[in-house]
Design a binder for this molecule. Structure first.
Ligand code: XIL
Length: 357
């Protein structure tokens, strides 16, 4: 590939290698369906990624085939086995999420029943892959300042039943079940320079501090980083660096867990769009990787072929008004590297060395 990376031999142009050279771990989402049905994509994953995470296959509601105790572990097993057989780190996503809890859960009666269901969910899933998981998103998206609570926590069934202690229940159960897994609080919309996102950052810090005060085991923060390359809120490298330093100051490591860049509001011209997307990756990663507590970078997909922001059946963009397919990821739908790939590679090359974590 021409350009600023041309000094690197072709075989080093794998994101996994550029990342590990700096003590970073780079990964992508994958699905059981891709593992079994898209061998060319699988080859690309094996070439580029040192870590995988199931995009949907470990979500409670997705696994649950109707009724309590009726979870289908097949697709999750496929992803876990793929990671294991290929010596890839595995992220677990996720044990609890307000958004993907099976319907039957809401009909349970009384605190005891809720508690057993939560404990059962965590023991079964985290127990099944015990020793195989690099990190677990134990609770996904626990923060919502708009809900108006002084502690910044999202309201909902978990909170109603247990109050903030539901976090302690979840993280303690996860720790007991798989002591080797890093336990993560994974959150979105904490990257940009708006009052709303600043409120979310402050709320997340408060939640983490509270967890630490009450002895709840937490090791890392997941910054999702679903970004947009045009027409979105402004980005401030200074703000992001300050926030990441504050997280690091709590003694936590940081993982960028779901990075992608939507081109929803970018012009139709592909070259222009690809440039804007790549520049957004550069700006974000250059700032984020300055912080040595950032140890993991995961893009939410590797190729535009499988991005959640491209409608799978039609390959029409879900979010673009002109109907053109979105191009949010480092490789295009034909698995060719795009400027976004080069931007990520360069960010890894320029990243300061850090201790792996
Ligand atoms: C998304 C998946 O990518 C989609 O395929 C699915 O339809 C909805 O969920 N934050 C998260 C992820 O934590 O689990 C979400 O994944 C994207 C937003």
């Amino acid at each position: 590939m021409a350009g600023p990376l041309s000094g690197h031999a072709a075989e080093t142009l794998a994101l996994r290698k550029l990342a590990t050279d700096k003590g970073l771990l780079y990964g992508t989402t994958i699905s059981a369906q891709q593992v079994t049905g898209d061998p060319r994509f699988v080859d690309l994953v094996l070439q580029q990624a040192g870590l995988v995470v199931a995009e949907n296959d470990m979500k409670w509601q997705v696994m649950n085939r109707g009724g309590r105790g009726n979870d289908d572990y097949g697709p999750a097993d496929t992803v876990a086995a793929f990671a294991h057989e290929n010596d890839l780190a595995l992220r677990g996503h996720n044990l609890l999420w307000y958004h993907r809890t099976p319907n039957w859960f809401f009909d349970l009666d009384g605190r005891q029943e809720f508690e057993s269901a939560i404990v059962e969910r965590i023991r079964r899933l985290a127990g099944r892959y015990r020793g195989m998981v690099h990190s677990w998103d134990v609770v996904n998206e626990p923060v919502e300042p708009k809900d108006g609570r002084p502690d910044g926590l999202r309201t909902g069934v978990f909170l109603e039943m247990f109050g903030p202690d539901y976090l302690d229940l979840a993280y303690r159960t996860a720790r007991e079940t798989d002591p080797a897994a890093r336990l993560v609080v994974n959150e979105y919309d904490v990257e940009l320079d708006t009052p709303e996102q600043e409120a979310r950052r402050m709320a997340l810090l408060r939640v983490l501090e509270r967890m630490q005060r009450s002895g709840t085991p937490v090791d890392a923060v997941g910054v999702q980083a679903h970004l947009s390359c045009a027409g979105g809120p402004p980005f401030s490298a200074v703000r992001l660096r300050r926030f990441l330093a504050e997280l690091a100051g709590l003694g936590l490591t940081i993982q960028i867990t779901e990075l992608d860049v939507t081109d929803e509001n970018a012009p139709s011209d592909e070259v222009v769009r690809d440039r804007l997307v790549a520049d957004t990756y550069s700006r974000f990663l250059d700032a984020a990787l300055d912080e040595p507590a950032v140890k993991v970078v995961v893009t939410w997909g590797l190729s535009d072929r499988h991005s959640w922001i491209v409608r799978k059946e039609t390959h029409e963009s879900k979010w673009r008004a002109d109907g053109l397919p979105s191009r949010p990821l480092p490789f295009d739908a034909d698995l060719k590297p795009k400027p976004a790939f080069e931007a990520i590679a360069q960010a890894f090359v320029h990243a300061p060395q850090r201790a792996a974590g």
